[in-house]
Each structure stands twice: as structure tokens, then as C-alpha cells.
Design a protein around this ligand. Structure first.
Ligand code: PAF
Length: 285
């Protein structure tokens, strides 16, 4: 079946009801568009697991602060449509802002502690916007399965927390980060990088890999590892290092001790005005 574009919430809900009544399983891949191979991978995963694949494209204004890039966020609907279709999307749900947030809208969904740390400390309203819009997208697309990327590790944790806390009957699947051959994690925001910044940004994956190797060889000295990562990143001439954090992935809490089975190292760094995030999960031997 060729891709169907749906812009109306009512129409999307009716379609989802019809598929559910016919005993078909539904997966949703929520995105903000400007799709890349990382998104295509999420859609392919969805395709391999359910009967119907819904990809959503919505640049969600409520997760951007006024000083952030909502207006300039890259958009290319026709290209997105091609990529989504090629990767296996059945329905592309792409509502307008007024459809999602009509006049009078005033509800919010919030996951408390974990939305205030790390990314949340730098972007205070961000996760409230994400959890609110993801809740809406879940109610609109009525999926059995939702797929998110591990690249936004904190977002992924928060969505899982929300799904568990609020009893959404939806399985959440996380897909590994997709990288360019030279290590740069794919992101729609990479288009903002100039040529030199793009090269310099390789220090992010390099520093994460460096720390992962050292941890696997038995170095568990977090302050020293953080210092060494900072040195590597500084070599790429960043305009600001927002954080380099060692995190217990089960609780999503920063930690200074590395304990099995896994540690998550996450960072956010700015090159010029572009803010990039990246992370790695290190499994301890
Ligand atoms: O990860 C994203 O692209 C967005 O935060 C999401 C989950 C689509 C919500 O707007």
C-alpha cells in the first residue's frame, strides 16, 4: 500500500480504530521530521514488528524555549515523505500546530525529577513539552508499540517512566544510535554545522569511545575519566560544554561510581550556536 498522509486527529483516530478492530497491530514512530537514516532505521524496525506503521511528523512548539530553534528547525516535507515511505511507513501523520494545540489548550503531562536534571537543567520546559505531545500522539495513533532512538537517552528514559507510571498499554522499543562512518551521531541538527564545526564535532564520539574503552579495561575513576573526556572535547574547540555525565541507566541518576551491569555516559556540547548531544552505554565485563 502506498503512503497515506493524514493531517486530522479525528481521521487518524478513526483509522487506528479500524485497524485495531481488524486485529492489526500498530507501531508509531514519533519524529519532528527532517528524517535521516536514524529515523529510517526506527521505521524499518516498526515495519518488521507490526502490521501498520504510523510515522508522525510534528515540530512540537511546546518543547522549544523562546530562545531555541523552533522557527529555524529544518523542515522538508516532500523529502520526509519519500524517506518515510521507502523505510516502510503506511501512514504519515503530520498535523498542523493548530490541530494539536487549538485555542484554549492548557493541559500538561510531566514526569518530575528526571525532567529537571541534565538536559532538563539546560532546557527547563523541554521534557514537559515532549511528554505532553507524546501522550497526545499515543492517544491519536493508538499504537501497540512505539519506537524511539537511544540518541535522546534521557527522553527515552522519561517516556518509559511515563508509560509505566501512567499505565499506557504500549510497548516501548529503543533503537541504537546510528552514526556516520566517522562516528558523528546522526541528528537533524547536524545541518547547522559548518564544515570545520562538523569535523570538530567528531571529538564527541571519540571522547565517549575513549572513556568506554578505559572503563572496559578496568578504570572506574569517574572524575579522571570526565577530565580526560573534557580535554578531548576541548581539542575540538567547542563554544561550551554543557555537561559530561556518568549515569546509572536504571535510575537515570548521575553517579561517581561505576557499577555493573552498565553505565551510560551522556554529554551535551555546543559548537558555535549548535548544541549537540551524544551518549554511549558501556556494558561492564
Ligand atoms: O525526539 C523527537 O524527535 C521529539 O522529541 C519527539 C519524541 C518526536 C516529540 O516531539
Amino acid at each position: 500500500m502506498s503512503i497515506q498522509i493524514v493531517k486530522s486527529i479525528r481521521e487518524m483516530q478513526d483509522l487506528a480504530d479500524r485497524y485495531r478492530q481488524a486485529d492489526k497491530t500498530i507501531a508509531v514512530v514519533p519524529t519532528m521530521g527532517y528524517l535521516h537514516r536514524g529515523h529510517a532505521r526506527l521505521i524499518e524496525l516498526a515495519r518488521s514488528r507490526t502490521d501498520l506503521v504510523v510515522t508522525t511528523i510534528f515540530v512540537n512548539p511546546t518543547q522549544f524555549a523562546p530562545n531555541e530553534d523552533f522557527k529555524s528547525y529544518p523542515r522538508d516535507f516532500e523529502r520526509d515523505q519519500r524517506i518515510a515511505e521507502h523505510a516502510g511507513t503506511d501512514i504519515l501523520f503530520a498535523p498542523e500546530v493548530d490541530e494539536m494545540y487549538p485555542d484554549g489548550f492548557e493541559s500538561k503531562v510531566e514526569v518530575e525529577r528526571v525532567s529537571t536534571i541534565l538536559e532538563g537543567a539546560f532546557r527547563p520546559i523541554h521534557f514537559r513539552g515532549v511528554t505532553t505531545v507524546v501522550t497526545k500522539l499515543f492517544h491519536i495513533t493508538k499504537p501497540h508499540l512505539a519506537i524511539f532512538g537511544q540518541k535522546d537517552a534521557q527522553q527515552a528514559f522519561i517516556i518509559r517512566r511515563m508509560v509505566k507510571d501512567l499505565n499506557f498499554d504500549i510497548d516501548i522499543l529503543l533503537a541504537p544510535i546510528v552514526r556516520e562512518e566517522d562516528g558523528l551521531a546522526l541528528s537533524s541538527r547536524n545541518v547547522y554545522l559548518g564544515e570545520t564545526e562538523r569535523k570538530n564535532a567528531l571529538v564527541l564520539s571519540r571522547s565517549l569511545q575513549y572513556a568506554a574503552n578505559k572503563i572496559q579495561k578496568g578504570n572506574h575513576d569517574v572524575p579522571e575519566l570526565r577530565r580526560e573526556m573534557e580535554e578531548i572535547i576541548t581539542g575540538g574547540n567547542p563554544s561550551q560544554i554543557d555537561y559530561i555525565a556518568f549515569i546509572n541507566p536504571e535510575l537515570f541518576q548521575e553517579t561517581d561510581t561505576i557499577t555493573p551491569p552498565e553505565v551510560l555516559i551522556a554529554l551535551a556540547v555546543r559548537f558555535g550556536t549548535t548544541r549537540l548531544i551524544d551518549n554511549i552505554i558501556v556494558t561492564l565485563p
